[in-house]
Design a protein around this ligand. Structure first.
Ligand code: ADP
Ligand code: MG
Length: 494
């Protein structure tokens, strides 16, 4: 094990971890530089290398090379239009007086760049399983991987095992059947749409050692699909431009946050696990009904909306939910929930995580639950903010707030379905269907945070049902959030 120096705290005011005279190769100047958590600084505290853009460092004898991806704007960047912002690779090198000094700087730099990881694992080299779906979206996943992920992973000292999925269900099988997944990998990175991450989750969560995997192996996603809700959510939350480069950069940087999953009980399929959303009615018909246009990318959703708005239909259903104490309108004001692993003796047995609010789907719900029976045009309970790169459906959702935003539109609230659905579809692009307090802007739509809900369709035909964009047979289904049970790479904020 390398001898990593540990920081007492990670702030810029910490004492320098290293201070030596180095040669800055670009200018061939010699300067006394200090290694601080924020980067490399001169004696007069000029920052010569900002660590917020750096993903890794390598050493060749006494020479150190740092790999940074700073933002560049228009003109300067060969790769984007004028005025547009993009991250571009910059290598900055320094020569130390000896190999021993360079080794010290290298080790100290990694313990700053991958602080949490180095602390827990005692190494800086991360091992990822990369699952790439060559058929997702416009079929660009392989190109995305070669162009963005492979070079940046090399810079960030990520070793990876690349698996290209050969059939639907391949990723599920791989994650379910590969022995010692938690010992072999520190992360599982999906290069595809949300559908492949859903598949991976089903594989992981049905392993007898699921608890070891979700505690030790963090999930990451690089958008290569036609629906990339989680990737867009993460890029947006970190103030990054949307696209595979941003998500790869965030993964390479190494911050890991807790991720809520939802336990889903479906009458036919049994237990499933979801990270994104449930779609019922109109919105499921948009998503699933446009699948044949997958090669068009996200434009398929717009085209399908136009088709469906001609004759919106509603489905009779009973919707029940566990009211959040105080009936808050927004997860911002909902009481904090405790993380699955912080509860008293969290269950880790082979049957998968235990829920605390759901009862078997065939049993009546406790009286503390509330129910609405109506005809529903749509339901779209969400766990994250963005469902695709043009739909910010649930702006107040957060991947580890412990809540699902229960969004629905029922007939008795308004009969102007075509108009309301059109207004809704237009508004989700900017999230303007949701007020600052988290409630719905349009009277017809209702939206509030819950920990658990159940749907019981009173008619099984005429519309569709999907979990994380994957179709399941229409019928009774219930969901409960498992707060922070998994770990997520690719965030700059928790
Ligand atoms: P998209 O956003 O384009 O739908 P997804 O990642 O959601 O992309 O993947 C869509 C589906 O493709 C998933 O349900 C997955 O099971 C399936 N799949 C994965 N690999 C293959 C393959 N090689 N051929 C066909 N389907 C595949
Ligand atoms: Mg949530």
């Amino acid at each position: 094990m390398q001898d990593y120096l540990m920081l007492s705290n990670g702030t810029g005011s910490s004492p320098a971890m290293e201070r030596d005279e180095l040669v800055i190769t670009s200018s061939n100047t010699r300067a006394t530089l200090s290694l601080l958590p924020s980067g490399l600084h001169t004696e007069s505290n000029v920052c010569v290398l900002d660590f917020s853009d750096v993903v890794g460092v390598s050493r060749d004898g006494a020479k150190l090379s740092y790999f940074a991806y700073p933002r560049v704007v228009g003109i300067a960047a060969s790769c984007c239009a004028n005025g547009e912002e993009k991250r571009e690779r910059v290598v900055t090198s320094f020569v130390c007086d000896s190999e021993a000094t360079a080794k010290r700087w290298e080790t100290s730099s990694w313990s700053l760049l991958q602080e949490e990881f180095v602390k827990t694992k005692g190494r800086h080299v991360r091992r990822f399983l990369v699952l790439l779906n060559p058929r997702s979206g416009k079929g660009l996943s392989e190109k995305i991987f070669q162009e963005h992920c492979a070079p940046m992973f090399r810079d960030a000292a990520v070793e990876y095992t690349l698996v290209k999925t050969e059939f639907s269900g391949h990723a599920n099988k791989y994650c379910k059947e590969t022995p010692d997944l938690a010992q072999k990998f520190d992360g599982i990175v999906i290069v595809s749409g949300d559908g492949l991450l859903f598949e991976v989750l089903q594989g992981v969560m049905t392993r007898p050692d699921w608890a070891d995997v979700v505690k030790d192996v963090a999930f990451g996603i690089v958008p290569g699909g036609s629906g990339n809700g989680l990737a867009v959510t993460l890029a947006h939350a970190s103030g990054e431009k949307r696209g595979p480069l941003s998500n790869t950069f965030l993964i390479a940087k190494g911050n890991v946050a807790p991720l809520d999953l939802c336990a889903v009980d479906h009458f036919g399929k049994g237990r499933l696990y979801s990270f994104l959303s449930l779609e019922f009615g109109f919105i499921a018909d948009v998503d699933l009904g446009s699948d044949w246009m997958r090669s068009l990318g996200e434009v398929r959703f717009t085209l399908q909306v136009i088709r469906l708005l001609f004759s919106p239909s509603s489905t009779p259903c009973r919707l029940s939910y566990l009211p959040t104490p105080g009936n808050p309108k927004s997860p911002k004001t909902a009481p904090k929930t405790s993380n699955y692993w912080e509860t008293d003796s969290p269950y880790t047995g082979p049957e998968g995580p235990r829920v605390s609010h759901l009862v078997p789907l065939s049993s009546p719900l406790p009286t503390s639950w509330e129910s609405v029976t109506d005809r529903f045009f749509t339901m779209w309970p969400c766990n994250v903010a963005w469902m695709s790169s043009s739909s910010q459906v649930s702006p107040h959702s957060h991947w580890n707030d412990g809540y699902i935003q229960l969004l629905y539109y029922r007939k008795s609230k308004s009969r102007m379905a075509r108009l309301n659905l059109l207004r809704f579809v237009l508004a989700i692009e900017t999230g303007s269907h949701v007020k600052e307090d988290g409630s719905s802007t349009f009277g017809a739509f209702e939206m509030f945070p819950v920990r658990a809900f159940r749907i019981e369709p009173l008619k099984k035909t005429g519309t569709r049902l999907a979990v994380d964009g994957e179709e399941v047979e229409m019928g009774p289904l219930q969901m409960e959030v498992l707060p922070g049970i998994a770990r997520l790479m690719g965030t700059s904020v928790d």
